[in-house]
Design a binder for this molecule. Structure first.
Ligand SMILES: [Fe+2]
Ligand SMILES: [Fe+2]
Length: 151
């Protein structure tokens, strides 16, 4: 049966794949492709963050009784750091700055790997224990949620 861990880990793998494709385009110096791959990568990543922040975290916080200073507030602030890196990557793509983009994607990869392993090893298991009865409907809701990107 699909659960938070299997569904959201698959989301993580897809985002990783889009980042790898973006890096390949940067290495190839193909700036039309970089623009396209950046959009795919940022849309999938922002969609994933919103699925967690808007659909998973609120019932988690309610069921656990922990919001501020708890695991979800840590995850939200890491999402914020990664959103800032995404913005810097966007500028790097516009400026066609290969070296800068390599540095940013490297920093991003370190952050996202640490972040995802905390979610996959701790948070999603806690969510399954707290929200087991609502899991199928929350996953269905996450599947239909897409971030809106205005640019
Ligand atoms: Fe997250
Ligand atoms: Fe995640």
């Amino acid at each position: 049966m699909e659960n938070f861990l299997s569904y959201l880990s698959e989301n993580h793998r897809q985002c990783d794949q889009h980042l790898a494709e973006l890096e390949q385009a940067v290495t190839a110096n193909n700036w039309e492709e970089v623009k396209k791959q950046y959009q795919t990568f940022s849309l999938s990543t922002l969609t994933h963050f919103e699925r967690e922040e808007q659909i998973l975290f609120p019932p988690f916080e309610e069921a656990s009784g922990i919001s501020e200073g708890g695991p979800t507030s840590c995850m939200r602030s890491e999402h914020q750091q990664m959103r800032e890196l995404l913005e810097q990557m966007k500028e790097g793509c516009q400026q066609q700055d290969q070296e800068h983009l390599y540095g940013l994607t490297e920093t991003y990869m370190i952050l996202v790997q640490q972040h995802n392993s905390k979610e996959e090893q701790v948070l999603y298991n806690m969510a399954e224990q707290l929200l087991g009865a609502q899991m199928a409907s929350l996953i269905a809701e996450m599947k239909t949620h897409q971030a809106q990107i205005n640019d």
